[in-house]
Structure formats: C-alpha cells, structure tokens
Design a protein around this ligand. Sequence first.
Ligand code: SAH
Length: 342
Amino acid sequence: MEKTDILSMNKEELTSYIVSLGEPAYRATQVWGWLMKGADIADMKNIPAALKQKLSENAFVATAKIAKKQVSKDGTIKYLYEMHDGEKIESVFMRYKHGNTICISTEAGCPMGCAFCASTLRGLSRRLLPSEMLSQIISTEKDTGERISGIVLMGIGEPLDNYDNVMKFLHLVGSPDGLNIGYRHISLSTCGLVDRIGRLAEENFPITLSISLHAADDETRSSLMPVNKKWNIAELLTACRAYFDKTGRRISFEYTLVRGKNDTVASANKLADVLYKYCSGMPLHVNLIPVNNVVERGFLPSEKSGIEAFAKTLEKRRIVATVRRTLGSDIDASCGQLRSKS
Ligand code: SAH
C-alpha cells in the first residue's frame, strides 16, 4: 500500500485523515504544528506513541534532507536536497534588504530543453509533490533559523509543467494556518506554456508571473527554447495580454543576454516592437540576465557595454529594464545553473 503524503494536505484534510485513524481532531492541530516546524513523525513530542506508530505505518513526511550546503561569499546559500526516494534537487536562499527569499525547484530535472540551462541537461526525472516544494522552505528556515518571506519558483523545473502540484503548493504556502507567505511576495516563472497561462489567470493568486522570453523573433527563440516551436512569440504574448486583462497583475519578462545571439541594439528594438505590438497598455518590465556559465553549453555573456546599451535602448522606448544582480555565482547558484547532481 502506498503511504499517505501528509505534508501535501491542508489543515482540513489532515484533520479528516487523523479522525479516520480513530483519533480526536485536536491531534491534527498538534501534528500540523510539528509539520510546519520540519519535524518527522518520530520527532513529534506530545503525540502519543500509538498515534505515531499508526502514522509511521500509513503515512510519510516528505522531508527535504540536506545532502550538501554551499555558502557564497555574498551570503547566498545553495542547498542540495535529497527527497524521500533519493531524488535530489537544489534550492537557493538569498538575503535581500526587504527580507529573505528562497528560489525553489518544482521538478527533479526539466523536460523543456532550453539551450542555455543546466537544469534540463538530463531531462525530467520526476515532478515534485506539493509537500516537496513546501519542505524546501521549511528545511531552509530550520537550517538558517531565519524566516523566509518571499519565494521564487525559478529553480529546477518548469512550474506550469507540474501544474496541479504547484497550485496545491501555492494554496498551502499562503495559508494563514501554515507558512502564511504573502502571494505578492511569490513569483512564478515559465518558459511559456500558453494553455497553462490561461488556466493560471483563472486561479486568482495575486502572484507575479515572469515570462522567460529571451528573444524577440521566432527563429532565435526556437533555437534557444524548443517550447517556442509549440507556442510562438505571438501566441505567448497574446496569452500574457489576456492574463493581464483578467488579473490586472504586472508581468515581468526575463531576457537572458547571450553574446552574439540576442544582445544587439537591433535586438533590443525588436523586443520593444514586439512588446508594444501585443502588450501595449500593460506595464512593461524587462529583467535582463547576462547568461550564466554552464560548462556543457558554452554560451558567453554579453559585454558590460552591450548590456548597458541594450537596457538604454529599452528605456528610450519607455520599457523599464533592470539588470539582474547575480547572487551566488561562485557556488553555481545563479539562474540556469541549478542541477540535480547525484
Ligand atoms: N522553467 C521556468 C523556471 C526556471 S526560471 C522558466 O523557464 O522560466 C530560471 C530562469 O533562468 C529562466 O528565465 C531561465 O530561462 C533562466 N536561465 C536559464 N539558464 C540560464 C543561464 N545559463 N543564464 C541565465 N539565465 C538562465
């Protein structure tokens, strides 16, 4: 019999489950408290031995266990976490002036095949459970002793490829009974699964949607991101427009600058053209990311002067452009460098 994943349950579901084991409902509140602190069944101190016994026979806690921890000179911490079945993923803890943010993985490996990214080198191993996304946060808070107030779903995997589990995770993480992290401090990044962007608009989570755009014409984008062959730029930006119209939430566009590929002033103008064509009237914000080194890939970042010229061109066209500050590059914790090393 498969064991029940109790950390993927909300408080009501956990209560019904505990009652179904023949226990009073208040035990669920105690168990819930332990789960949010990162305890395993054996560590639940005020729970009677008989209930712990029943729980360990029928259920499991999907605890993310630290397999490796690297601390960057800028204070960023990268964790290699081992899941209950031995699968490994990475999470990155970052300290900002406005609070601590964690970058979590949503899948072990990634099926999307982007040309510049390390996470997809070995394809998708499996999708993570809601509990496994939650436990990356709980384990990191436990290890650092610090509260996390922001989350970016920008680690390994494509969040919208693991749609139902990510939605369940979002419900859990924002729950006032649980970690209670505000949706306005949560960003979800996608390579552009257009059908799922439409569904996400209906969910009413006031999160920030980030779109990995990376090119302004289909030929270049398809050469970098295979997903563009399924949904091209026009379809993607039309979906963004519809998302904005439905939710009123700002969308952030990510653009990785690769030397000689998509980083000229002409590319910047093309980007502005295409954003205005499909998304005019929306607040336009482009996050520029100089491509990070991935040894197997060999792409080079643009020169500093090129990056500045690119950003200036966008600004002249009244598009807000920010160059992403690179945290943790000395420990390979930057965008696109996370992998499921075993
Ligand atoms: N699958 C989602 C979530 C990953 S987010 C997505 O594609 O959006 C990670 C971000 O880093 C994405 O914008 C991704 O395109 C970008 N990225 C991947 N590899 C990179 C690299 N080598 N250098 C800079 N950014 C990279």
